[in-house]
Design a protein around this ligand. Structure first.
Ligand code: MG
Length: 289
């Protein structure tokens, strides 16, 4: 089931796509009170809505898709350096990435509002001289998770989406902590939907790609993660409650601009089109302002 947030007649609503993906059905039409995806995830409490044979639908062409969770409850929890090939390229590029591995690297990414599919990204070129892309699988938590063992993690996953962890490399490296360089306004495009976990499972093996202006830059599979999703949920929930609606960005594979050799490295510029794809979820495309 594909969950979406959309605007229809200037009203933002949560809903699902019809099985043929031609239309949307609002949460309200399905008998829920939720006014947003965050509220709907909590109202669903780990279950999925029943889709009746007959109900009100709106053609997909009549709505504007927003990020599936436009305003997360809290900062996005991110993993750094969670694909082996990306660890190698990042370590080569800058000593600040040269960490002793063995444990997961977690950091936070603030956002005011996640950027919708096909909307523009502000490159902040007044303070950023090295704008970069990172396609990532995002996990959305479905029920408050506390002390969850890896073998039970699937029960706590609402679903999966695509997230572009846009990064200002000069700020990320200059300030040592990655928070500022990852958290500028517009640095979190997300979408186009959240695919329910039951359709994918707790250990996704999905092809993941990123193109810039049609050129393939990142090409991997989510099974290449160093720390998988059940591991992450067990480790984090042992100390912090992962509330329903929490978003975890699980890291990016190799192929980012930072990882290119300095002679050929090309960072993003105004007008560049970034197309992030994960099989089974869809396409998230955005243009740099
Ligand atoms: Mg990242």
């Amino acid at each position: 089931m594909k969950f979406v947030t959309y605007k229809y007649k200037n009203l933002e609503q949560a809903g699902v796509l019809t099985p043929d993906e031609s239309s949307v059905i609002s949460a309200h039409s399905l008998g829920f009170k939720a006014e947003s995806m965050n509220e709907w995830i909590r109202e669903l409490d780990g279950s999925l809505p029943d889709l009746p044979k007959e109900c009100d639908t709106i053609p997909l062409s009549d709505v504007k898709l927003e990020a599936p969770i436009p305003v997360p409850l809290q900062d996005v929890i991110c993993l750094g350096l969670n694909y082996r090939d990306h660890v190698e390229e990042a370590t080569k590029a800058d000593a600040v990435f040269d960490v002793q591995r063995g444990d997961a690297v977690y950091f936070a990414k603030r956002l005011q509002r996640a950027v919708a599919p096909n909307d523009k990204i502000d490159g902040h070129f007044d303070i950023c001289d090295s704008l970069d892309y990172e396609v990532e699988l995002a996990v959305v938590i479905g029920k408050d998770a506390k002390n969850v063992k890896a073998e039970n993690a699937a029960d706590y996953i609402f679903g999966y989406s695509i997230l572009n962890d846009v990064s200002a490399r000069n700020l990320q490296t200059r300030h040592k902590q990655w928070y500022f360089g990852k958290s500028l306004d517009d640095f979190t495009p997300m979408g186009p939907c959240i695919v329910s976990a039951g359709d994918i499972g707790a250990a996704p093996e999905l092809d993941i790609r990123c193109y810039v202006n049609g050129q393939l830059r990142q090409n991997s599979n989510t099974r290449m993660m160093i720390f998988d999703i059940p591991y992450i949920i067990e480790e984090l929930s042992a100390g912090m409650t992962l509330k329903a609606g929490t978003i975890i960005a699980t890291g990016t594979p190799s192929g980012v601009a930072l990882g290119m050799s300095p002679e050929t490295r090309v960072y993003l510029k105004s007008g560049d089109v970034i197309r992030c794809e994960i099989d089974g979820i869809g396409v998230l495309e955005n243009t740099v302002k």
